[in-house]
Design a protein around this ligand. Structure first.
Ligand SMILES: Cc1cc2nc3c(=O)[nH]c(=O)nc-3n(C[C@H](O)[C@H](O)[C@H](O)COP(=O)(O)O)c2cc1C
Length: 168
């Protein structure tokens, strides 16, 4: 699949069928995550994939929206960072590195016919406790992953003229 086509067609999926994701597909998603660039190529990151139903329920409890997709999807992706350092630009390395890696992962998931929904609706400290992550870890994003039950209507975007400015 063309990368640009994947960018155009990907949508957030919030309803999933009861069907497991093939381990080879999860591994390919993890490869995309692994190959994403990171500041100074430090790669202080991990993609945690949770399939255990009890843990998924605990993850849902750490999410104020208590979205059903967190227990209905066969797995949840957790983007974990291990570098809270501030870069020269003033932004945290984990926030940027893990956002890029997660973006690569969800696009690859789409290529493989899988749905995802990037989620920021979780209490980081609670979730770290649920997942038994160390103090220095940060959770930058989570997403259910699985086969879509429902494809929602396409969300709109601002016109290019509003988000693109060429200065010559
Ligand atoms: C940083 C970020 C956080 C998000 N958090 C949530 C969330 O907690 N719950 C949810 O249902 N969707 C969440 N979304 C999905 C957005 O609502 C969705 O990407 C946006 O409406 C555009 O729709 P699309 O992904 O289908 O193109 C999040 C997306 C991003 C990028």
């Amino acid at each position: 699949m063309d990368v640009f086509q994947a960018i155009l067609d990907r949508q957030s999926i919030r309803k999933y069928v009861i069907k497991d994701v093939e381990p080879e597909k999860l591994e390919k998603v993890a490869q995309a995550f692994r190959m994403a660039p990171s500041a100074k190529n430090l790669q202080n990151k991990k993609l945690l994939v949770v399939k255990d139903q009890k843990t998924k329920e605990l993850i849902r409890q750490a999410s104020p929206s208590k979205a059903d997709m967190l227990i209905e999807a066969p797995a949840i992706l957790i983007a974990v960072g291990y570098d809270k350092g501030i870069m020269t630009c003033g932004h945290r390395a984990d926030t940027i590195d893990l956002s890029i890696a997660m973006s690569f992962a969800i696009l690859e998931a789409f290529e493989l016919g899988l749905g995802t929904c990037w989620m920021a609706n979780y209490k980081e400290e609670e979730l770290k406790e649920v997942l038994d992550l160390p103090e220095d870890a940060s959770i930058v994003a989570i997403s259910p992953i699985g086969y879509a039950k429902e494809i929602p209507g396409k969300t709109g975007r601002k016109p290019l003229s509003e988000v693109y400015e060429l200065r010559e």
